[in-house]
Design a protein around this ligand. Structure first.
Ligand code: SAH
Length: 394
């Protein structure tokens, strides 16, 4: 097996069990290494640190799997990690009547580069590193054995695969072809997911708990759900007895799923789906003097790299400012950011700036994060990306 030798002084993160070795930390590689191969990692003096998989094309040159010298990086290690996550998820799994959740969250579950989402009887996998792509076959066999799904479908995010010099990965890997939409039961409602063509792997599972938290403020309220996608928050708000819900998204396909989800949940609340750009639509409502009791802002990731953080904060400020302006006094703003690069602290500062400019008093009444099926490994804080504030706005 090849050995990756680090530059002097570059071993600290690996010693603290951070799972990424960046290309800049690598001094040289001893021996031949192919795409995705297992490698040993040593510090500049030759002392063994960890074992991981090699990514020839990526800035993150090695993903670490084990810090135990006597633990080989083989399929048995992957089996043990999978068994561990299955046990860890049991409480939020099928047993609790929940059939849509993230079963494996990559680095955070000790399986760098592997995401597995469960949609009832189907699994959707993302193989996002050369190491995982090279082990696709045994991983799929393990998932089939341990979870016994009907089918396993790949939806690897193309942009991430590209960074790894991997071709796009999509299609059936095992078992039966999934139907066009799959119904899952979640605590906040029943949801149809389109795992072939929907966003992400088909749904935004990370907001599952937050939908219930926001729903708690929706009874008898006039709700505006911005960036609604397939209606995750809309359905939760409707089931909680909202008076009226306006749901805005720029994607026609998303609104079609939203309509189907509204029908599936038999909601009594009138729902008004609006196809449009939230930035424009909010201005339109402000211009018309239209007001709401509760506004949800759940935009897509605005910051994809360090250089986009400033632009992202301007985007967050803009929508939060207008949302506060169109809220009735005493209304509720549920505002989110899924940009990992925007810290919770920075996000709160942006919302503070928006309140100041809107001339409104805003109180944080709840702080939200990603659902428990997206755990955060303490040695890998990058795994935490979703943050939300529920504010009372006067
Ligand atoms: N709230 C959703 C998830 C939102 S994901 C849920 O709970 O499931 C972000 C959504 O924003 C996507 O559906 C995307 O289509 C939409 N979107 C992105 N940019 C937009 C824009 N400028 N205006 C309106 N919708 C937008």
């Amino acid at each position: 097996m090849a050995t990756v030798i680090l530059h002097p002084g570059k071993e600290r993160a690996a010693r603290q069990r951070h799972p990424w070795i960046f290309s800049g930390a690598v001094a040289r590689v001893q021996g031949y290494v192919g795409h995705g191969d297992a490698v040993e990692v040593c510090d500049a003096s030759g002392e063994w640190l960890a074992r991981g998989t090699w990514s020839s094309g990526s800035q993150i040159r090695t993903r670490l799997f084990t810090w135990q010298a006597d633990e080989p990086l083989d399929i048995d290690l992957i089996r043990r990690r999978l068994e561990r996550t299955i046990i860890g998820r049991a409480a939020i799994g099928h047993e609790a009547g929940n059939s849509g959740y993230r079963l494996v969250y990559a680095e955070s579950d000790g399986l760098p580069g592997l995401i597995v989402d469960r949609y009832a009887d189907y699994l959707v996998v993302q193989l996002l590193t050369q190491g995982m792509a090279a082990r696709a076959e045994p991983i799929v066999a393990l998932l089939a054995e341990l979870v016994r799904p009907r089918g396993i479908y790949e939806r690897s995010e193309a942009e991430v695969r590209e960074k790894e010099d991997l071709p796009p990965g999509e299609g059936l890997l095992w078992g039966e072809e999934p139907p066009d939409t799959i119904a899952t039961e979640q605590q906040s409602g029943s949801f149809l997911a389109d795992i072939r063509a929907g966003q992400k792997t088909g749904a935004y599972l990370d907001q599952a708990v937050n939908r219930l938290r926001v729903a708690a403020y929706c009874a008898d309220r006039d709700v505006l759900d911005c960036f609604c996608y397939a209606g995750g928050f809309t359905v939760a708000a409707g089931r909680a007895g909202a008076r009226h819900i306006t749901s805005v998204d720029s994607s026609a396909a998303a609104l079609e799923l939203l309509r189907a989800n509204v029908a599936l949940n038999d909601l009594a609340t009138p729902i008004e789906p609006v196809a449009g750009d939230v930035f424009k639509q909010l201005r339109q409502y402000r211009h018309e003097g239209r007001q709401f009791d509760l506004v949800i802002l759940d935009p897509p990731k605005f910051a994809h790299s360090q250089s986009q953080i400033e632009r992202a904060t301007r985007g967050y400020k803009d929508i939060n400012l207008i949302a506060m302006q169109i809220l009735r006094p005493g209304g509720v703003l549920a505002t989110f950011s899924c940009s990992g690069l925007v810290s919770a602290d920075l996000f709160q500062k942006v919302v503070f700036g928006a309140a100041l400019d809107a001339g409104r008093d805003a109180q944080v009444i709840e702080r939200l994060t990603q659902a428990p099926d997206h755990p955060v490994l303490l040695t890998f804080p990058e795994g935490e990306y979703l943050k939300g504030l529920i504010c009372r706005v006067w």
